[in-house]
Design a protein around this ligand. Sequence first.
Ligand code: BEZ
Length: 211
Amino acid sequence: MGLRLGDKAPDFNATTTIGDINFHEYLGNSWGILFSHPADYTPVCTTELGKTAKLHEEFAKRNVKVLAVSVDPLAQHLGWVNDINETQHTTVNFPIIADENRAVAELYDMIHPNASATMTVRSLFIIGPDKSIKLMITYPASTGRNFVEVLRVIDSLQLTANYSVATPADWKEGEDVIVVPSISTADARLKFPKGIEEIKPYLRYTPQPNL
Ligand code: BEZ
């Protein structure tokens, strides 16, 4: 059976561009992103890793550690990182796993044989500080992921974890959020001093609580 939301993110040891690591130790108490790439020296992956590097401050602000997976050897990763830095005008500042034996790819079900027998699809996992899987997305090799959306999901997950609120469709930072159904409107009025707008008993908005 594949991984599901809420499952514990499987731990592993791996060789990476910053040396050998243990996944859970690398994450420590941080949030984590583990994301796979079809192969080194491919154009879409090059832009994705460049974009992720450029968003370093945004991930750091949210206490998120990033870890990429590619099933190519370490020497190849190191050469590719030079290309990414040059072409994307950045410095790759997170490790890339050299998953030559596909141990991580298989552990996280990143190879979908009907898409490609050899390359990983674009899987992305967000992992909470408790090491549970909070989000999984899977994109095809030909579509680069939207890392601004990934940050938006992290913001939503962190609001839920810290304030018991959910975020509506297309929510963006600064917009009103939704009181989770498990909180009564009476309790919500006490918990959210900025106010509650009750559209329906089950649909209650409040200003974003951490602003
Ligand atoms: C890419 O990363 O650019 C890519 C990889 C496989 C198929 C298509 C694009």
